[in-house]
Design a protein around this ligand. Structure first.
Ligand code: IPE
Ligand code: IPE
Ligand code: MG
Length: 247
């Protein structure tokens, strides 16, 4: 595939790109390797995607790394993923610093192993003053869990007279989500040919453009992100209006 980087319009970049990184297991199977090898190779794709997004000056990149449902995988695979998270954070902090990237998380982070929480906190704190791309890892993330948490927090405020029911509007809900400080998702990418949302950012993708690719996550490279953005820029986002109103 010829790289289309030169054809990307700098003035029409998506503010927030979210990626469902899928296909590590199938990639490994194709190579006759264990699933763990697929997850390991997936870290290169993460590095390339982060670098490509930073180079393009994208403001927010959110990567779905581990879902609430992924806890139901065999314990050995969950352990491998958690160890890989820790080793990747240690290894890739340099990539984040070199590219002026700050790290954040969304999800039930307190359900991760202590070691992973500690490493995450360390990298978050070391990169907090970086001014470029805001990279968010969705870890033990489930959109329904996020919405339940949001409803509980809001109800508690109402119960304690800190909030009146009439003050509950879209903005109020936004402020109680893990993504409180982020803009809505403009572009949602899913690799590996699956075309589903798998409990990812249900509220935040209300008007996102979806981009599905057959590429398995470990094979995803910078030019694939460029391709997705180029494709996104060809679309007309109408937000309920007519084409004539937009143009
Ligand atoms: C994505 O790859 C990584 C995680 C969900 C943690 P998969 O592990 O889902 O790979 P497939 O879908 O089985 O190929
Ligand atoms: C979604 O992928 C979760 C992540 C990419 C972390 P899955 O592979 O877990 O999704 P399903 O089960 O195929 O929908
Ligand atoms: Mg999968």
């Amino acid at each position: 595939m010829k790289d289309i980087l030169a054809q990307i319009d700098q003035k029409k970049l998506p503010k927030h790109i979210a990626v469902i990184m899928d296909g590590n297991g199938r990639w490994a199977k194709k190579q006759g390797l264990l699933r763990a090898a697929g997850h390991k190779r997936g870290t290169r794709a993460v590095r390339e995607t982060v670098e490509a997004a930073a180079e393009l000056k994208i403001s927010h990149l959110t990567l779905y790394a581990f879902s609430t449902e992924n806890w139901n995988r065999p314990k050995a695979e969950v352990d491998t993923l958690m160890k890989l998270l820790v080793s990747s954070l240690k290894k890739e902090i340099a990539t984040l610093q070199d590219n002026d990237v700050s790290l954040g998380t969304i999800g039930a982070i307190n359900s991760l192993p202590e070691k992973a929480q500690r490493e995450l906190n360390e990298v978050i704190s070391k990169t907090k003053n970086n001014k470029g791309l805001k990279l968010t890892l969705a870890l033990s993330y489930g959109s329904r869990e996020e919405l339940v948490k949001t409803v509980q927090e809001i109800s508690n405020k109402v119960k304690n007279n800190l909030l009146s029911p009439t003050e509950i509007d879209e903005d109020c809900i936004n402020k109680h989500l893990y993504t409180a400080t982020m803009p809505d998702v403009d572009l949602l990418i899913r690799t590996s040919g699956e075309q589903r949302v798998s409990n990812f950012l249900l509220w935040q993708i209300a008007y996102a453009e979806f981009y599905f690719t057959e590429i398995l996550w470990p094979d995803f490279r910078k030019e694939h992100l460029h391709e997705a953005i180029y494709n996104y820029q060809k679309r007309e986002r109408r937000f309920g209006k007519t084409s004539e109103q937009i143009n």
